[in-house]
Design a protein around this ligand. Sequence first.
Ligand SMILES: *Cc1c(COP(=O)(O)O)cnc(C)c1O
Length: 244
Amino acid sequence: MQDQIISNLQNILQRIEAACICSNRSPDEVRLLLATKTVPANRIKQALEAGSTLIAENKVQELKEKYDDLKEISHTNHFIGHLQTNKIKDILKYDVSCIQSLDRIDLAEKLQQRLEAEGRTIEVFIQVNTSGEESKFGVHPEKVLELIKRVSELNALKIKGLMTIGLFSAETEKVRTCFRLLKELQQQIISHNIPRVEMNELSMGMSGDLETAVEEGATIVRVGTAIFGQRIYPDSYYWNEDKV
Ligand SMILES: *Cc1c(COP(=O)(O)O)cnc(C)c1O
């Protein structure tokens, strides 16, 4: 079991490196994030001990359950799931340094209130729905700029970039369209020179499409299945509003 995780990790790092070489990028421009939903703490621990440093959960409940088991091993926690406003207080207890799934102003404002009360700040990515699929969260591409302008006025939130989940399709070129759109939005936002807004990060690409994402400029790829194996829950359990 342990050896499997280690060899899967090596395999993913090689895939990232190969994709970087193909697109004339340096492999250290791309960070691997482990998407750990449904994975028990002891298996996440194996990946951390093998050298991984960046992990992310989709649900506050899972973050909480695994927190004590993982806190001794140095790592960084991001959050990549749909965040309900009534979970804000909870999520801030568990050392999440970045919320990659910020997609609406009411969530941003409630985060600001809570962070201000605690005298803290947090990093955020704006999640964009680049595939047009109803089952995925994220702000509509045409509304991204407006959302970013408003979030930029909330001084406890530090915008670092954009995140998206690409279309699920075996057709690489259709998936590529999503990633290319995210990159274009990034460039557009940069050109507006909005105070306090950094746009260095593009979090895109998963087990099945990370090469395409790296070719289109990903700085973080989020990988679960290809490292930890198949999950027992379908992704709709995490990605559909009525199920969360
Ligand atoms: C589960 C998940 C991933 C990883 O997906 P895999 O196909 O298992 O690699 C990436 N991003 C988000 C937001 C996820 O929920």
